[in-house]
Design a protein around this ligand. Structure first.
Ligand SMILES: C[S@@+](CC[C@H](N)C(=O)[O-])C[C@H]1O[C@@H](n2cnc3c(N)ncnc32)[C@H](O)[C@@H]1O
Length: 511
């Protein structure tokens, strides 16, 4: 449901959007992806003052995490929903954060508003979950804003629902939207009513739905989707999935060139395409045509594109030297390392003989890519930092340590504790969240329950995990009438997480 006052231009405003942290928006991740693609960009250094602009920031959680983890950065986050901005400003004030500014503004008109002059020129701008959900007027405003506020050499991240990935589920989306509007009041109820009808139609074997694998998959996964997500995903009037070439053409008028994907593995055609598919892609030099063929083969439903204002190409040597200076940290115990990762073309295996010594070294502590490649066990192997960084970071089995050795700061601690206190209960234990972390120059994607465990661990002085009584923690955490068996299970779960995460948290300075 849209605003009665008519300021929403068809966008859902009767319910706030979920609070999420998305690693694809992190300047470190974006710069790393650009570097992998051979585009000159500066990975934010420990003392760099990055200016980050987020458009359509929702409740502002990502902006708050970046601001807390990077006191030297300037963060500007824009949204037109006053409920989002009021909540985000309140949290920033409670934390005493003075490097983040939340602006209540409509992206359709902000470029012509005097307020625009107060937005610092952005090194990195990001819009996640906005572009394909808003009207053509708002998209045009976004392009003018990026043109006005992204500095030469700056990066832009934009995610959007993509074609042809959504093609076979267009009917499902339309049915949910149209039926919802007629059957219920309020966008959450409308999305629910729309999906009830879709299920009924599926049971009645409506072929437009049952013959679409994508539609069937959406309905199968419905239970995992939150009501606010469903409302914002299906009840906006202007939702319209996009072709990559159209987005790239629109952004070209802001002098932005396509670089690649913020999802690192998506940048390796060898992992995305079969040999026959690659042969077809390679017949074309035009990047738009190449992406069209790739999308025809992979059909992503959400793209995470990166653009740069002015492409400067790096030689392979210069790119590799920059990648060798990157420090990696292992987020999982070495025995959990997966050497066969799922990629769009199927399964890709990490050569165990090559990667095992790397993982064993990382299990001892953070290490630069250059040092990893110099391990005696790798002697005789080709030195390929792009593959090591792409595979390990892209599969989520290594993180980039932007500030090796940087301690936690109070504001990050405070934000993490506040997030745990506000949103954690027995039901949300495994719900997604993130911890602000200066060593990562961003957030550590984390289950909400881990925030509690990390806080307890830190409060216990970060002592060795064996000396910790997780049963006492479980008793403190669980409601008073929780049966002893459930307390015991919770305590075991906490002890297990501590075993898995304790080392990482120490390396990151979290405990
Ligand atoms: C799907 S939400 C994504 C929020 C956030 N980026 C995230 O991923 O959590 C889209 C956001 O865009 C905002 N939005 C929609 N139209 C807008 C407009 N014309 N001007 C500013 N913000 C707008 C909405 O209020 C909403 O917070």
């Amino acid at each position: 449901m849209t605003s009665a006052a008519g300021w929403s231009a068809g966008y859902v405003t009767d319910t706030t959007y979920l609070r999420g942290y998305y690693a694809e928006q992190s300047p470190v991740q974006l710069a790393l992806a650009a570097l992998l693609m051979g585009v000159q960009t500066d990975l934010p250094g420990p003392r760099d003052e990055v200016s980050f602009l987020e458009l359509g920031c929702g409740q502002g959680f990502g902006a708050l995490v970046l601001a807390a983890a990077n006191p030297g950065w300037r963060i500007t986050a824009v949204d037109f929903n006053p409920a989002h901005i009021a909540g985000a400003r309140r949290t920033a004030a409670e934390l005493g954060l003075d490097n983040v500014r939340f602006l209540e503004a409509d992206l359709a008109t902000l470029p012509e508003d005097p307020l625009v002059a107060e937005i610092p020129a952005a090194d990195v701008a990001s819009l996640h979950g906005v572009w394909s959900w808003v009207s053509p007027e708002v998209r045009a405003g976004i392009v003018r804003l990026l043109h006005a506020r992204v500095r030469p050499g700056g990066l832009v991240h934009i995610s959007y629902n993509a074609l042809p990935g959504w093609q076979s589920a267009l009917l499902l989306q339309r049915l949910v939207h149209e039926a919802g509007r007629r059957l219920a009041h309020g966008s959450i109820e409308q999305a629910r009513a729309g999906f009830d009808l879709v299920r009924e139609l599926m049971a009645a074997e409506a072929q437009g739905l049952t013959k679409s694998a994508r539609a069937m998959e959406i309905v199968e996964r419905l239970e995992k989707a939150t009501p606010d997500y469903m409302a914002h995903e299906y009840m906006n009037e202007c939702w319209s999935p996009c072709w990559h070439a159209d987005v790239a053409t629109d952004l070209a008028s802001a002098k932005l060139d396509y670089v690649g994907s913020a999802r690192l593995l998506a940048n390796f055609n060898e992992l995305k395409l079969s040999e026959a598919q690659r042969a077809i892609v390679n017949r074309f030099a035009d990047p738009l045509m190449r992406e069209l063929v790739v999308d025809a083969c992979n059909q992503p439903t959400l793209r995470h594109d990166i653009y740069v204002r002015g492409t400067r190409r790096l030689s392979t040597g210069a790119r590799d030297a920059a990648l060798e200076s990157v420090t990696l940290v292992l987020p999982i115990p070495p025995e959990e390392m997966v050497y066969a990762v799922t990629v769009p073309a199927g399964r890709a295996s990490l050569n165990e003989g090559y990667y095992r010594p790397i993982v064993e070294r990382l299990a001892e502590g953070p290490c630069s890519v250059g040092e990893l490649l110099a391990l005696p066990a790798l002697e005789g192997h080709a030195r390929n930092p792009a593959e090591v960084v792409g595979m390990l970071v892209g599969s989520g089995q290594a993180l980039v340590l932007a500030r090796p050795g940087a301690p936690m700061n109070n504001v990050s601690r405070h934000l993490n504790a506040m997030t745990g206190r506000r949103y954690l209960n027995v039901e949300t234990l495994s719900g997604p969240s993130a911890m602000a972390c200066p060593a990562l120059a961003g957030g550590l994607p984390t289950a909400l329950g881990h925030l509690y465990i990390a806080e307890r661990f830190a409060a216990a002085g970060g002592i060795d995990a064996t000396g910790i009584d997780t049963e006492a923690w479980a008793r403190q955490f669980a409601p008073p009438d929780t049966p002893p068996g459930e307390i015991e299970a919770l305590a075991k779960q906490m002890a297990e997480e501590l075993r898995r995460r304790g080392k990482l948290w120490r390396w990151l300075g979290i405990v």
